[in-house]
Design a protein around this ligand. Structure first.
Ligand code: F6P
Length: 546
């Protein structure tokens, strides 16, 4: 497939011209006034997720040029090549077939392999759940996932997100940091005879994970734990190394599953234990529905396509360097951390597939916190700071509720009110970002604190908001396994769209290797004090830290 680099396409030039002519000064308030149908034409429905893109900084011409860009960069062919198992991860000579993990039996690539492991894993998960919280040795109360990056962030995000669906007699813990305090904090709370350790590592060689796994095994033996083979299981592509570690129950996956796309594989085991097989299958089904949308919906209605193209427009033309994600749902509190790996490990690249150094920017910084907490921390900057930072609201229409008896009728009503407050806060922030407040409006108000020194005009200046700050709003009807699956898959595909436009390999992560190798060199030096051949700063630090 001979594909021009994005900056060599006609559409790229057209976007640059459009930016100079109109795109730089797009004002949301004018766009809304000029196009009464802006909301309806820019609110798209993907499976389980409604996305309002009307408050994004783009107009009809921007979108027309972006669709041309998608065509010239042959996005549809690249997307289909991924689905068909082409070796799209060229530097590792691998396919990227995470979509096969959520395809129904008989449908995706490697179906038999995928469904064999899935069935076995779900049978195991249901068996753990059946005896959860019991008094007999081997009845599980706590599940400790030991893994990092893609072997940690997915389950760590999904389990609280679906709290209303999780087994009430099980607690879940996530240990990732090589800092021993991480594991020790968990070990203080659990009992060996009632704990299941899941050693999660695609490679089964990751320093942090293997070190913590050994420490957990030592603790288990020190505490007189019996039947280690029932209390340690592994999820990995490297069954031989898990074997060598002494683990007998292993759920495998394959090199064509990237770490940050592996939630749907055996790496999802803690999620399966938390939710049970039925809900885990619903999570997969939601993601599969989004896959079908991405692979089949026409470009004009294709939500991941639009979001990925918007990211390119923002990064390369509008010059926005970061994007903030604010889920207005406490249960989605780990989503920004999950998305950080997805976006920045996938698209934080400086060369294209052929190794050419790129003259244009790639991944934006992704960050965020749940609303309303973020409002009381960094929203100040979003409203009045010198940088324009697009904000993404995720709103959930229905309150998640567990029928577990500790909520009285009166409390239930109070919780409904709180949920409305949450939604009102999200709506208000989007409104405030867009409309801002003029000097005239500020002058007419009586400020909550009146300064004795500052004249009213100066006070009013501090209280004006330029407005025209862009945002997106995603709405889920309810936070369910199905809708969460769809939401995560939407984010995955969006990343692939921008990565494909930029012509980069979104599936490798060579950038993490250099530090790992240097760490292996420094570790013995911290013990011996040998600083020979090191730079002066590192040598001085070694001396200080010994
Ligand atoms: O940080 C690099 C990385 O390779 C991630 O891509 C991956 O998710 C993580 O480390 C963990 O790797 P593993 O699952 O092999 O332990």
């Amino acid at each position: 497939m001979l594909i021009p680099r994005c900056d060599e396409t006609v559409a790229w030039g057209a976007l640059a011209g459009h930016y100079e002519a109109h795109g730089r000064d797009l004002d949301l308030r004018t766009l809304f006034a000029e196009h009464p149908d802006r909301v309806s034409s820019l609110t798209l429905q993907a499976p389980e997720v409604t996305v309002d893109m009307s408050r994004a900084h783009w107009d009809v011409a921007t979108r027309r040029h972006l669709l041309d860009l998608a065509r010239e960069c042959r996005l549809a062919e690249r997307r289909d090549a991924m689905l068909q198992g082409a070796l799209v991860n060229r530097t590792e000579d691998r396919a990227a077939l995470h979509t096969a993990l959520r395809a129904p039996r008989g449908k995706g690539a490697h179906s038999e392999l995928v469904h064999d492991v899935l069935d076995r894993m779900l049978a195991f998960a249901d068996a753990v759940r059946a005896r959860a919280g019991g008094d007999q040795p081997g009845d599980i109360h706590d599940v400790v996932n030991i893994g990092i990056g893609g072997s940690d962030l997915g389950p760590q995000m999904v389990i609280p997100a679906l709290d209303a669906f999780t087994h009430t007699k099980l607690r879940f813990h996530f240990v990732s940091n090589v800092d021993g305090s991480d594991l020790c904090e968990v070990l203080r709370k659990v009992k060996p005879q009632h704990t299941l350790f899941v050693v999660a590592s695609k490679t089964f060689t990751t320093q942090e994970t293997m070190t913590n796994a050994r420490l957990a095994r030592q603790w288990f033996l020190d505490q007189g734990g019996q039947h280690i083979e029932r209390h340690f299981v592994a999820t990995t592509t490297n069954v031989a190394l898990a074997d060598q570690f002494g683990i007998q129950t292993t759920f495998g996956f394959w090199d064509w599953v990237g770490g940050r796309f592996s939630l749907w594989s055996a790496i999802g085991l803690p999620v399966a234990v938390a939710l049970g097989s039925e809900h885990f299958r619903a999570l997969l089904a939601g993601a599969h529905a989004m896959d079908e949308h991405f692979f089949q919906a026409p470009p004009e209605q294709n939500v991941p396509l639009w979001l990925g193209l918007l990211d390119v427009w923002y990064r390369n033309f509008k010059g926005y360097t970061s994007r903030c994600v604010a889920p207005y749902a406490h249960n989605l509190r780990r989503l920004p951390a999950y998305l950080q790996q997805l976006v920045m490990e996938s698209n934080g690249k400086g060369v294209d597939q052929d190794g050419r150094v790129l003259p244009y920017a790639t991944a934006e910084v992704l960050w965020g916190e749940p609303g309303t907490n973020g409002q009381h921390a960094f929203f100040q900057m979003l409203h009045q700071g010198s940088d324009v930072i697009p904000l993404e609201f995720i709103l959930v229409k229905k309150l998640p509720r567990r029928e577990d008896g500790h909520v009285s009728q009166t409390m239930a009503e109070m919780l409904e009110t709180q949920h409305r407050m949450l939604l009102a806060n999200g709506l208000a922030q989007a409104q405030a970002l867009m409309w801002g407040k003029t000097m005239e409006q500020a002058l007419q108000e009586r400020p909550p604190t009146a300064s004795k020194e500052l004249p009213p005009e100066v006070m009013a200046r501090h209280r004006t908001f330029a407005g025209n700050r862009p945002s997106l709003t995603m709405v889920l009807e309810a936070l369910t396994p199905r809708s969460l699956g769809a939401l995560i898959a939407l984010y995955e595909h969006r990343v692939l769209v921008s990565g494909a436009v930029w012509g980069i390999n979104s599936f490798d992560q060579w950038g993490v290797e250099l530090g790992k190798a240097m760490c292996n060199d420094l570790l013995p030096r911290l013990e011996s004090g040998d600083a020979s051949g090191l730079d002066a700063a590192t040598a001085a630090m070694i001396a200080r830290l010994r």
